[in-house]
Ligand binder design. Structure first.
Ligand code: HEC
Length: 123
């Protein structure tokens, strides 16, 4: 592949990623009940959520849950009693506060670049 072709691909992706990073930096984190995203990331890894949902919560074997997870209360209720295939995580395994950290981590993930900005994916 020629270098200029590579640039066509890489530049818009970088631009979109920059725009996404800027957007999330400008959006203030909610202060009430706000979790700690860094702590949430560790829990997301140690509890194995990533094995089905992907490290970024981007989805894989299970649906995408970042950067727009269910609202905090619904999220907690879901993880306590998942109605379908997902294993349940009781209070003895992860506290409500820790789930708040995971929720904050998921919300802190950047949006993926829009498909329209990726030339290779155009018809
Ligand atoms: C063994 C695989 C697996 C693991 C591990 C897992 N999940 Fe899931 N999760 C799923 C699947 C599959 C679904 C889709 C619904 C279903 O089939 O149960 C789901 C759905 C969800 C949903 C609802 C999605 C939505 O927006 O409708 C949330 C929230 C969620 N998972 C959070 C978590 C969190 C947080 C963890 C870690 C504490 C976790 N999951 C660990 C498989 C998993």
């Amino acid at each position: 592949m020629k270098t200029w072709m590579l640039m066509l691909l890489v530049v818009p992706v970088l631009a979109a990623a920059g725009a996404a990073a800027q957007t999330s930096a400008q959006t203030p984190a909610p202060t009430t009940l706000a979790g700690d995203a860094a702590a949430g990331k560790k829990l997301f890894v140690s509890l194995g959520c990533w094995t089905c949902h992907g490290y970024e919560g981007q989805g894989g074997a299970a649906p995408r849950i970042a950067p727009r997870p269910l609202a905090r209360a619904a999220f907690t209720a879901y993880v306590r009693r998942p109605p379908q295939r997902m294993p349940n995580y009781p209070d003895s395994v992860v506290s409500d506060e820790q789930l708040g950290h995971i929720h904050a981590y998921l919300q802190s993930r950047p949006m993926p670049p829009p498909v329209k900005s990726i030339p290779l994916l155009q018809p």
